[in-house]
Design a protein. Sequence first.
Length: 191
Amino acid sequence: MNAAVTSSGTCEPVMLDVAELTSDPHLWARFAESAHQILADLVRGGAALGWVEPPSRDEVAELLDHVVSAAHAGDAALRAAYTDRRLVGLGYWLRYERPTHRPHADLEKIAVDAAAHGRGVGRALTAALIADARKAGIEVLTLDARGDNSQALHLYRSLGFSEYGRLPDFVAVGARRYDKVFCMLDLRREG
């Protein structure tokens, strides 16, 4: 599971899907532990991942179990990015649960280890999840991001997402307030 080196000399991460991650119990256990570490470290550093305080191991394990169950039912996709056998990022989408919204999914999380920022990991994860959504018949992929997360918003726009709404000062982190930005990618227009 070594990363591929591109012609520009950058390392392209190896992407594993849920079947590859869960086929080996030891790999899955290491993934869950590493995923917790990445998420907790990012939240501790102020990342906008849905937690104010770093999540516990149990919270992350429960979340991953939910995503894996949904993925096995065809209602989610989970991707893990590895470089040199080390987890450097993860992401997933979940299909909307309402019967009338089943062709749509929400890109819930993209989390990249701080040490791997700027190396294309987030782009590779997002692109893989978009491809998974297309393959699963998802028509519209949505996401939301904190308004001050300009790097993520730039990445999403560069991959075809467009902003469809914004809630000003909706996210509260202590005394600070941030916009919540809603984005979508309409996969119906892309064939």
